[in-house]
Write a protein that binds this ligand. Sequence first.
Ligand SMILES: N[C@@H](CCC(=O)N[C@@H](CS)C(=O)NCC(=O)O)C(=O)O
Length: 234
Amino acid sequence: MSTNVIKVHWLNQSRAFRVLWLLDHLKLDYEIVPYKRNEQFRAPEELKKIHPLGRAPILEIDYKSSDRKDILAESGYIFQYILENFDKEGILNNADQQKAEKIKYYLHYAEGSLQPPLFIEFLLSKAKEAPVPFPFSYITKKFADKISEKYSRGEVKNQLDFIETEIEQNDGYLVGGKLSAADILLSFPLEMAFERQFARTEEYPNIAKWLETIKREESYSTSKDKAKANGASF
Ligand SMILES: N[C@@H](CCC(=O)N[C@@H](CS)C(=O)NCC(=O)O)C(=O)O
């Protein structure tokens, strides 16, 4: 049993849940340090004491055998670090070198390519709902629709079509027909895509089925319970 202390600086209603799921699946002990979003739905200032950018998740690893302490930010990097240092048996990796590289690719892809157009669509939908008086509301809506039409809606489709085909060609998962770190990391943007109605089950049946499948993992439920005990509501 490891004597290292792993702390997850976790923000409610955020992508930080994936790190809990990852650690639970690898049966690693960890502590959750919970933070609550403020009225502006931003992370509280205290998070900046852990890492200057103040974004969640942040992982803190205290190596008891030495005075080494690592503070890690960026979900993809956190995942890669955990795979390299704490998944020696390759439970969420793949023994095949090419497949392992593909997993690594997805760890960069999630935040680098998939998340940005989804986030732009989300911001535009919020702009359209903003309580702006007429005629500014009309102009705001037209402007948001134009950006969506010229860039983000098409880009979201491009990304989702890609993932749909990848899952179809990889026996229901992202890599090698089995659960890997890539599935856990991509769960958040893809679940949000359905929840925010940027994707529909009829258009993306493989992604919808994949989400159902991976959420049946025991580690999904155990990590959800831990998040709930720390104030999460799903
Ligand atoms: N690319 C970063 C993004 C981190 C990020 O933006 N996290 C959000 C939570 S979903 C956050 O902390 N938001 C709080 C804020 O913006 O104040 C990652 O993958 O970890």
